[in-house]
Design a protein around this ligand. Structure first.
Ligand code: ZN
Length: 114
């Protein structure tokens, strides 16, 4: 039996601007289209394309060829880009005056949640 997976929650959210920091797409920026917390993965617009070679299957109305779409990449391979200072940053947390928690930039302490 597999060991229980430690739940490492990504702090990324949909519509965050992120930059890829490792892998073949390193340096690319894109918006987070989807977060998959249970796998700790994110789908980033324009990043991590996979090519699926599909065979034609007339019964299921599938055309053959190569389909490209974004594949989920691991959340540890991307970093959020701060809207305030423009740097890639780790995400900190801060309690706001109104009692809400906000994610902040570790460089400039700018609030990342709009
Ligand atoms: Zn910043």
């Amino acid at each position: 039996m597999a060991a229980p997976q430690t739940r490492v929650r990504t702090r990324l959210r949909k519509n965050d601007l992120v930059v890829v920091v490792s892998g073949k797409d390193a340096g690319k920026q894109g918006k987070v289209l989807k977060v998959i917390p249970e796998k700790n993965r994110v789908i980033v617009q324009g990043v991590g394309f996979i090519r699926r070679h599909t065979r034609p299957n007339p019964q299921r109305n599938i055309k053959g060829g190569i389909a490209e779409r974004e594949a989920p990449i691991h959340a540890s391979n991307v970093m959020i880009v701060c809207g305030e200072c423009g740097k890639r940053t780790r995400i900190g947390a801060k309690l706001l005056a109104d009692g809400k928690k906000a994610r902040i930039c570790r460089h400039c302490e700018g609030v990342l949640d709009k």
